[in-house]
Design a protein around this ligand. Structure first.
Ligand SMILES: Nc1ncnc2c1ncn2[C@@H]1O[C@H](COP(=O)(O)OP(=O)(O)OP(=O)(O)O)[C@@H](O)[C@H]1O
Length: 584
């Protein structure tokens, strides 16, 4: 909760102070009403009282009630403003924090959980704050003022109020102890529910193709039932509060009349009995006010378990210690002759024990094209991910322009790189916004046309236009078209070093060849790293690095490797004819 208060600006503290002030005025006005009621009771019972006297006191009562009502509107308005602002900031903080996560950090939270925390959890907090600010301030004030009034009027009644409050606090303590663990579980199950829905929606084509709707429905139904059961436990437990509060109110009234009756029978005179009776009226009203404010408080207590869990879940993300730390270097030595060097790099993923990369070393000069080839799962894409610092190496180091990549700011490092991932990722928008991604404000038409031309995307981009709509995930484009748009996106960046992670395999052989020819002439100065499965894609590279089970199995040109490297020869012979290999 301290996070919420720490985020307050001066204006929000002011609004909160105004709310507190209004609530105190409202409590004082409300507490005036029973006193006027007592006055009216005495006036009615006293011979010689005039109608004007009764109406005047009644008028004061009316004034107090209407003012209290107006203040309720004002406090509600101020509290809602403070709560929505605080939650907006919290949402911004959590979003910024998630943006700073590396892929390794992401594995600590599932995507669905991060979405639930940013949306559902924050809405839960906002609702509690909106209602809670006023109620949480009002209830203790009301309780303190009312008990003070009761004890000054007739101390023997105050014991009843104190016993009632202590009883209430004990019961609420027990209920919270029972429901908080369940609420924590509930938020986790909601994460699972979101995962199931997300999985179904993103994989809907496969689900349909395999007639797996029933299988998915069963998965959904199981999680849905878990949510319902846990929810019903929390609600059923907290539902005990309402009958308890009603019984407590009745018990207080009974105790007041019991003690009052005893006091009246001992009073001895009619005047003393009248004063005790008016005290009883006042006390009954005060005690009902205390209990009513606590009753409203129970609404907050019902929301509190989930809100506390939501707050701790948000805190978990915001205070998460990012594994990848930013360096300070912003440019590197651009005149350094070596573009990228791997020195004995070893790496394993957090959830796997085995080394995915084992003592990998290679060196690529500026302007060279290097290609990585090897069996599936040999670790080629992992090399690309390490260069981008999605993960940090376990051993060894990666140098770009002679400087360890850990020394760069992540922004500066990625500014140097143009990356095309294995699976094309497109965003809702148009072709231009997808190619000039993140730079839409100053789009250069020439650069855009050039990138499209090199990526061999001119024909279809001409057809749909640069303002042609791209739906989320590029669902309205073919696999090859999506990949060409993502290649154009990397080229638009004019990067120093391009990484093409097996993205050419979505292109036909002719387009693949034309694209590589264009790349060679149009991006001459840039260094290119190509991960590929096809020999035809890699054979013209300055050096080919053969990866086998996370190790470098050979480095050389196509001709060298054909002669010296058995694994490369095997791959080449499985794809090219003897004539193409030059054996004939
Ligand atoms: N995020 C991850 N978490 C855990 N293990 C992973 C992760 N990504 C990849 N791996 C494992 O690391 C190994 C190397 O994967 P990588 O994607 O680098 O291979 P690759 O050579 O690029 O394969 P392909 O040619 O099929 O794309 C594989 O055994 C894979 O299961």
């Amino acid at each position: 909760m301290s996070r919420v208060f720490k985020s307050f600006t001066k204006k929000e503290w002011m609004l909160l102070a105004i709310t507190v002030g209004f609530v105190i005025i409202q409590v004082l006005l409300d507490l005036k009403i029973p006193a006027y009621m007592s006055e009216v009771t005495i006036l009615v019972q006293t011979a010689g009282s005039t109608m004007t006297e009764i109406l005047t006191v009644g008028g004061y009562m009316l004034f107090c009630s209407i003012s209290s009502l107006l203040i309720t509107f004002l406090t509600g308005f101020c509290a809602a403003k403070v709560a929505t602002k605080a939650c907006m900031k919290m949402r911004g903080d959590i979003y910024k924090k998630i943006n700073s996560f590396s892929m390794a950090d992401m594995t600590n939270f599932s995507t669905a959980s991060l979405i639930t925390r940013t949306t559902n959890d924050i809405t839960q907090i906002q609702m509690t704050l909106c209602m809670g600010f006023v109620i949480l301030i009002r209830a203790p004030f009301m309780c303190l003022f009312a008990i003070n009034k009761i004890s000054t009027n007739n101390p023997s009644f105050s014991l009843i109020a104190i016993v009632a409050v202590v009883l209430f606090l004990c019961v609420i303590g027990i209920l919270l102890a029972l429901t908080i663990p369940k609420s924590r579980k509930l938020q986790k199950i909601i994460d699972s529910l979101n995962t199931v829905i997300r999985e179904h929606l993103t994989g809907v084509r496969v689900v349909r193709a395999y007639n797996a709707e029933v299988y998915h429905e069963e998965k959904f139904e199981k999680t849905n039932q878990d949510v319902a059961q846990t929810n019903s436990f929390v609600n059923a437990t907290m539902a005990f509060l309402n009958p308890f509060m009603s019984s407590l109110m009745s018990a207080i009234t009974l105790a007041v009349y019991w003690i009052g009756a005893a006091l009246i029978s001992e009073s001895g005179s009619a005047d003393a009995a009248l004063i005790i009776f008016s005290d009883m009226v006042v006390f009954s009203s005060y005690s009902i006010m205390i209990i009513l404010s606590f009753m409203v408080l129970t609404v907050i207590f019902m929301m509190l378990p989930r809100t506390l869990v939501a707050l701790s879940r948000i805190d978990e993300v915001i205070t998460f210690n990012n594994k990848i730390k930013d360096g300070t270097e912003v440019s590197g030595d651009t005149a350094f002759p070596v573009a990228i060097e791997f020195k004995n790099v070893s790496f394993s993923y957090a959830d796997g024990d085995e080394k995915v990369l084992d003592s990998i070393s290679f060196c690529i000069k500026k302007g060279e094209t290097a290609a990585f080839i090897g069996a599936t799962g040999s670790g080629k894409s992992t090399i690309a991910k390490l260069i981008l610092r999605y993960y940090d190496v376990d051993e060894g180091e990666i140098l770009i322009d002679g400087i360890n990549i850990k020394a760069y700011t992540q922004h500066a490092l990625r500014e140097k790189l143009g990356f095309v991932s294995q699976t094309a990722v497109l965003f809702n928008g148009d072709i231009t916004s997808n190619i000039a991604f993140g730079m839409e404000e100053n789009v250069s038409k020439d650069r855009l046309d050039k990138a499209v031309e090199i990526a061999q995307a001119t024909d279809f981009v001409d057809k749909i236009g640069l303002d042609g709509r791209v739906s989320q995930g590029g669902l309205n484009l073919s696999g090859g078209q999506k990949q060409r748009v993502s290649i154009a996106r990397a080229l638009y960046k004019n990067a120093e070093l391009y990484i093409f992670d097996d993205c050419f395999s979505a292109l036909d052989y002719r387009t693949d060849r034309m694209l590589r020819e264009k790349l060679a002439t149009e991006t001459k100065g840039a260094t290119k790293l190509i991960v590929a499965q096809r020999i035809s894609t890699v054979k013209d590279a300055n050096q080919i690095i053969v990866i086998d089970q996370g190790r470098v199995a050979g480095i050389g040109t196509h001709t060298d490797l054909l002669l010296q490297n058995e694994l490369y020869r095997e791959i080449a012979e499985s794809q090219l004819s003897k004539e193409e290999l030059g054996y004939a």
